[in-house]
Design a protein around this ligand. Structure first.
Ligand SMILES: [Zn+2]
Length: 190
């Protein structure tokens, strides 16, 4: 298997930029999986692509997710295709409902490319008409939800590391995060 180097990352980033000038790259399984994550939830996402990172913040999640850069050209190509947008450094469009090949609902898409960064923002468009105006700036970045903690009346043992704790951070989906080992688990709370 080839070693992934920063030179490769620079290449993938330059290819992603080429897409804004009309180049197209076919969607492969890794790219379509990533697009599925980006288009799936109504909470939307903010993605940043540069020569050093491909980072996505999903609306439902406080953490930033980092991905390898090699799917970036295919992901941007497919977004251009879904938007039916001509080559341009800036894209504003309503996309979907569609398939990538997973189904996704109507989304608003903003993409801006500069020589150093590609910014992508996706927001829910179900029940909304029209689309973002051509000259509209990127929407506000997604603000991660404030961490939420639960205080238990008696200590609870983490099922992973078995350390007991009374105070746990609780994720959006209700899972608890162990303060000792940082792993999460489902727990019914009375
Ligand atoms: Zn633990």
């Amino acid at each position: 298997m080839a070693t992934i180097t920063t030179d490769d990352d620079d290449l993938w980033f330059r290819r992603a930029l080429d897409v804004f000038e009309g180049a197209r790259y076919p969607l492969h399984p890794v790219g379509s999986k990533l697009l599925h994550f980006m288009l799936d939830g109504p909470e939307g996402c903010d993605a940043t692509i540069s020569a050093s990172r491909f980072e996505i913040r999903y609306g439902r999640n406080a953490s930033r997710h980092r991905y390898l850069l090699h799917p970036a050209p295919a992901v941007v190509s497919e977004l251009f295709r879904l938007a039916d947008a001509p080559p341009a450094a800036s894209v504003r469009a309503r996309i979907g409902p569609g398939m990538v090949p997973w189904p996704f609902d109507a989304r608003w898409l903003w993409m801006d490319a500069t020589s150093t960064t590609v910014s992508i923002r996706i927001r829910d468009a179900t029940g909304r008409t029209g689309h973002p105006a051509v000259d509209e700036p990127l929407p506000e970045a997604i603000t991660p939800p404030a961490p939420r903690f639960v205080d238990l009346t008696s200590p609870l043992r983490c099922p992973h590391c078995t350390r007991p704790a009374r105070r746990y951070r609780q994720l959006q989906d209700g899972w608890l995060v162990c303060p000792a080992c940082h792993r999460s688990f489902a727990q019914a709370l009375e």
